[in-house]
Design a protein. Sequence first.
Length: 376
Amino acid sequence: MKAVTVYDLAIVGAGASGLQLLYEYLQKAENIDKKVLLIDSGDRSKKSWCFWSTEDQTSFPFLIEKSWSKIRYRSSLSVSRTEEIGSHQYHYIPSERFFEYFFGTYIPDHSQITWVTGWVKDLNTDDTQTQIELTNGELFVTQKVADSRIPAITKSVKPRVYQHFWGKFVEFDSDVLDSQAVTLMDFSIKQSNPAFTVFHYILPFSPRKALIETTVFSTEGYDEQAFEMLWKKYIQENYEGKTFQIVGEERGTIPMVQMPNQPKNDPIFPIGTAAGRVKPSTGYAFTRMHQDAKDRVNQQKGIPKARYTFYDSILLNMIQEENQVIPKVMDRLFSKMKYVNILRFLDEKTSIWEELKLFSQMQIPLFLKHLFTMKR
């Protein structure tokens, strides 16, 4: 009778969170001979993973394709402001480069990894082991499972807000872009749909090539026709008469929800979006997933600070109940604060004193109103 292989760790999902955990798990000396099962759905849809960091805190620096030292914000009144972000840089890793490294180099170089393609049908666990059944009937046994599958967002998880995006990679026939600055938010397009908060995001790779993305905060589902019209309107208003080619695109939806806390020591534990590693108020996730992977491997709690969860709750409630105010809120924030301090706040690395200073610049009655709404 053939002996059954018992894996030390099974990772369900080979996306950003699963592959970062795989990498960090095998970086630890005591795990170098551990057997890891990687269950991959085969999804290779185009994604842009962006994050900011200081030089000594960069995630996967050898995979970064482009970095910027300036950030641009354009207000709802079309006022544009560009700033240096100090010791920070804003980075871009394309999913193609990320996947090429892991599946072309890293996994083949580590014989202790078993890589299978399939979908999990069921997980059955007892006190010591978990049996994994795939939809094709294959069975595997493991001691622990890192599960990146996103659970259904039930009515008990509030608020129910989504970030939808549709980005297109364009190449202009002439130099029209400032390749030194990322446009983090551009609210210059008039907010014409009461169900949407719309802004545009630009990653300029050169004076001629960029990712130009329509981003929408909404409580409604993905509206492909509406987003296409918004993208075309933005191009018409900002690049009228300029000739370009569309060379690629990406689209998707990120749930902007605060996932419930999960027990840290369960043999089956969530990672990635399922573990709340996507920051609810912004959608940024790459470095949060990387830090979560390090924390788990080093058996550190990595519990988010409660006050940032509170801040996110207020903004999400605002998006859900009164999203037409979001452009003005962002206009005030980016006009009053240094951009590097905004990044530090979004990274949850500010002090309480810095946060009080930040909120003192905001529309306090508006925030109190939504605080009251949350408490009802």
